[in-house]
Structures are given as C-alpha cells and as structure tokens.
Design a protein. Structure first.
Length: 78
C-alpha cells in the first residue's frame, strides 16, 4: 500500500476538498454521522450538568440558548 503524496491528499486546496462532492459520498458521510455508539449514561449526565451550569453563567444570549438547547437534547437522549 503506498502513502498518498501531498498533492494527492489535496493539502492546501481549502475546505472544499473536505466536503464530499458526489451525492453518494454526501449520503455516506451523513449516515456515518448517525452511527450508534455506546456511551455511558454518566458521561451524558456530566455533560448535561456542565452545559446547564455554563448556560446559567453565560453572558451571551445566543450562547446561553445554544447551551440550554443542547443540554435539553442530552437529557432527552438519556
């Protein structure tokens, strides 16, 4: 197996090289993001508590809302 050269990897071509170009590649990337992986519920609980605390102390309303929404999604996942 050969190692790709710098030009074969697309180094220096920008973000567009990281985005799948064909519909099939885009679908595969989306499905990969939906894979189920085991996560210990304690990790979800800790992340939720940390996000809720950060949301209470955040000064930026948009950040506060995003943190609260994410914490709610984590709670729903549990």
């Amino acid at each position: 197996m050969s190692t790709p050269t710098q030009s074969q990897r697309g180094v220096g071509r920008g973000v567009s090289t990281l985005i799948p170009q064909s519909a099939t590649d885009q679908a595969m990337a989306a499905l990969t993001g939906l894979e189920t992986v085991p996560v210990h519920v304690g990790l979800l609980q800790a992340a939720t508590l940390l996000l809720e605390e950060a949301a209470r102390t955040a000064s930026d309303d948009a950040t506060k809302a995003a943190m609260a929404r994410t914490a709610g999604m984590l709670r729903a996942a549990m």
